[in-house]
Design a protein around this ligand. Structure first.
Ligand SMILES: Cc1cc2nc3c(=O)[nH]c(=O)nc-3n(C[C@H](O)[C@H](O)[C@H](O)COP(=O)(O)OP(=O)(O)OC[C@H]3O[C@@H](n4cnc5c(N)ncnc54)[C@H](O)[C@@H]3O)c2cc1C
Length: 421
């Protein structure tokens, strides 16, 4: 009997992991709009000193079951982040033991929260007044920076799941792309066909029959399909990135709109000399680009600036040159040096403004109080034929991460295989 044909749209973590599983039993074609694989995972070689530049994902967060298993299987090494976390406010440097003072009390209260609500409503209810002003400010900055969300939109229950599951933070020593390369090797061995530079524009579907059209006029047919594009692309129905589903899948598109999606601006500077004391890991500040991290325990002079959520969305209107200048001013203020001094010791620089990225229209998802219901809808296929997958469809403690993409990719592959029996 002829093997069924499955088309996977998108060669990010979710698409590749699903392809590698499904290809054991089916013919698999992967259609990817970019000329390279990995999606929001993209490691490149820095200009000097053997540095690696991560445009997107950089850290393995906590005890991630699927990522850890794959890293082990691939024989990839990780390094634990054990640098100091410092805060610079005004002229004062302090070392932080917790990310936020009062963290434990906050997480305990979040645990008891039965009805979901936004973090802002939760803070107003449980931590009101001047006494907690600093806690509220720090939570707002943390949610914005880490979860790329505004406190007035993010779900308190999803944050509890995430925050109560903290573990070691790690970096893959050969860069995140080595995990993608490993997944792709698995796909190749299983006989998948990868076509890059193929932008999917239209998906016509009926039971067990899919016809997919790409922007270069090609047409592909299959029995099933998995669409792994970011939810930001899925809901861009009248925009440039739009994928037209025929017949329309209004409930699914509406559900995609109920999942939050935030953005990030990353400014990476490779300096000729370093400005920080040995052992510095993260630096938090009140500058326009507020969060910075070194590569510690690796020893080099690379420092990464990060701004996420609504603050990043506002900054994203700037050109890359302007963002670099904002980064230089933020970092020179933190280290009390002049911007011209910093410019003089800068060997190279990299700017990643994710809301301008046409293939993802932002960085990653976060949960609003409506997102749990939305995910249930998106995880249901259209007529058992068109499936959706990706980090935003994952429900669990590793929201918005590579783990979320891998875990949901695996789960979706299992559903596709089951639907073929
Ligand atoms: C700046 C940044 C920092 C991050 N940091 C971390 C981190 O430290 N740790 C962590 O775990 N996670 C991090 N993440 C999140 C992580 O990168 C993502 O959750 C994960 O990579 C998403 O994988 P995915 O397969 O769901 O989606 P994607 O990687 O976006 O894959 C979807 C694919 O679909 C393709 N596509 C889009 N439109 C079309 C179309 N029309 N036709 C064909 N193909 C199309 C895209 O090009 C892409 O390759 C970060 C993300 C960003 C942006």
């Amino acid at each position: 009997m002829e093997r069924p044909h499955v088309i996977i749209v998108g060669a990010g973590a979710a698409g590749l992991v699903a392809a590698s599983e499904i290809a054991q039993k089916c013919n698999v074609t992967i259609l990817e709009t970019r000329e390279f694989i990995g999606g929001r995972i993209r490691t490149t070689q820095g200009a000097g000193n053997d540095t690696l530049i991560e445009a997107g994902a950089e850290f393995v967060h906590g005890d991630t079951p699927v990522t850890s298993r794959l890293l082990k299987e691939a024989g990839l090494k990780t390094v634990k982040l054990n640098g100091k976390m410092l805060r610079k406010e005004g002229k004062e440097w302090t070392e932080e033991k917790d990310m936020i003072e009062g963290w434990d009390e906050l997480v305990e209260k979040m645990k008891g929260q039965r009805n979901d609500m936004t973090m802002q409503d939760f803070l107003q209810k449980n931590f009101p007044g001047d006494k907690y002003a600093s806690l509220r400010r720090h939570v707002g900055a943390f949610v914005q920076g880490f979860d790329v969300a505004g406190v007035d939109e993010v779900s308190v229950q999803s944050l509890y799941r995430e925050w109560s599951n903290e573990g070691d933070q790690m970096r893959i020593t050969t860069g995140y792309t080595s995990l993608i390369n490993y997944l792709y090797e698995k796909c190749e061995k299983a006989g998948c066909l990868l076509l890059t530079g193929k932008t999917v524009k239209q998906v016509d579907w009926q039971k067990n029959e899919v016809t997919i059209y790409t922007s270069d006029g090609e047409k592909f047919s299959a029995n099933k399909s998995i669409i792994t594009v970011p939810v930001s692309v899925l809901r861009d129905i009248s925009g440039k990135a739009a994928i037209n589903l025929t017949p329309p899948a209004d409930d699914h598109i509406k559900a995609a709109c109920n999942i939050g999606f935030g953005t990030v601006v990353k400014v990476i500077l490779d300096l000729k000399q370093n400005l920080w004391e040995n052992g510095t890991g993260f630096i938090f500040s009140t500058e326009t680009i507020p969060t910075w991290w070194t590569q510690y325990p690796l020893k080099n002079n690379l420092i990464t600036g990060w701004v996420g959520g609504p603050a990043a969305a506002r900054l994203s209107q700037h050109t890359d040159d302007e963002l670099l200048e904002i980064g230089v001013i933020s970092l020179s203020n933190i280290f009390d040096v002049t911007p011209s001094f910093l410019r003089n010791i800068m060997a190279s620089s990299y700017v990643f403004n994710w809301s301008k990225n046409e293939e993802s229209l932002g960085a990653y998802s976060f949960s609003t109080p409506e997102s749990a219901a939305a995910r249930k809808i998106l995880n249901e296929p259209l007529a058992g034929t068109v499936f959706f997958a990706g980090e935003a469809l994952y429900d669990g403690p590793f929201s918005g991460t590579v783990e979320a993409a891998l875990s949901n990719g695996n789960a979706t592959a299992a559903k596709v295989l089951k639907s073929l029996h």
